[in-house]
Design a protein around this ligand. Structure first.
Ligand SMILES: [Zn+2]
Ligand SMILES: [Zn+2]
Length: 296
């Protein structure tokens, strides 16, 4: 069934986990951290932490509610004789060349990046910037929380109180626990930010990157199972030398594979034919064939 946005059931386990984490982070601030801060620190904490927290929640709700699906109405399809249009065989609608049918949401997404399990929604052309904004805001929010948590632990140490003895104290226990969890999330979100910066420089989407990796792995596997015919070069005196260099005649064909794979199907296909787009067939989650239609 077509999913309009991430608030439609079934919810993903990671999505529910993200709600639990956010509720935990809202409560830890009020129930644990706020009691251990001075009035001055408390005011700063409440303003900075909860402002960033509310912004993250609002951005998360906005993104979960967003609908990045694409369905080009027939009247908007380019009907010029030379036009090449793309159609999803599942949605039975016109889409763009960079569209991908998401199996989880059962809809086509323009410039598909990935299906985010934490948001239970697709990330594509219309909501990609909001997604980047969300992970940046989340990272900032986690950093603020971690700073205040470390400040509290530091204060307890400076008071001469042994944290090991006070570990039974629920506040300190939860703060230490959250420092560990927070550090893990901080690294994960940080990695995600760096990964998307890398993708930006490479001009790739997450989907493109996954496909490239799969293709490279497939080619490497193909190479590995090819029979390795080793030709020992004979020395001038007619004897075979163990240390002689070997040649694999198959290697000459390897160069042809990427050239064949990268051939443009659009240019090589007669215009009056409908073809399955190989680009979408090799998708990590094969969800649909996008057919190329000619309006002539
Ligand atoms: Zn579709
Ligand atoms: Zn999706």
């Amino acid at each position: 069934m077509k999913k309009k946005n991430g608030f439609r059931t079934p919810f993903h386990a990671l999505q529910v986990a993200s709600w639990v984490i956010m509720i935990f982070h809202a409560l830890i601030g009020i129930l644990c951290i706020s009691f251990l801060l001075s009035t001055y620190e408390l005011v700063i904490f409440l303003i900075i932490y909860y402002t960033s927290f509310i912004i993250v929640i609002a951005q998360g709700i906005f993104l979960t509610k967003s609908d990045p699906s694409i369905n080009i109405p027939f009247q908007n399809v380019d009907k010029s004789p030379t036009a090449v249009n793309f159609m999803c065989t599942i949605c039975k609608c016109y889409v763009t060349e960079t569209s991908k049918h998401c199996g989880s949401c059962d809809r086509c997404v323009d410039n598909f990046d990935h299906h985010c399990k934490w948001l239970n929604n697709c990330i594509g052309k219309s909501n990609y910037k909001q997604f980047i904004r969300l992970i940046l805001l989340l990272e900032a929010n986690l950093v603020i929380l971690l700073i205040f948590e470390i400040l509290i632990i530091d204060k307890w140490k400076n008071k001469g109180l042994d944290i090991d003895e006070d570990i039974e104290n629920a506040d300190i226990f939860f703060i230490i626990l959250d420092i560990i969890l927070n550090s893990i999330f901080l690294l994960l979100v940080g990695y995600l930010i760096i990964f998307h910066i890398f993708l930006k420089f490479k001009k790739l989407t997450t989907y493109d990157w996954i496909r490239q990796r799969k293709k490279a792995k497939k080619n490497a596997k193909k190479k590995a199972i090819q029979p390795q015919i080793i030709f020992y070069e004979e020395e001038e005196n007619g004897t075979c030398n163990k240390n002689s260099t070997f040649k694999n005649p198959q290697n000459t064909h390897d160069e042809l594979i990427p050239m064949m794979n990268s051939s443009d199907t659009k240019n090589s296909t007669p215009k009056n034919l409908q073809i399955s787009q190989s680009l979408h067939k090799s998708a990590p989650t094969i969800d649909s064939d996008i057919i190329m239609t000619d309006r002539t």
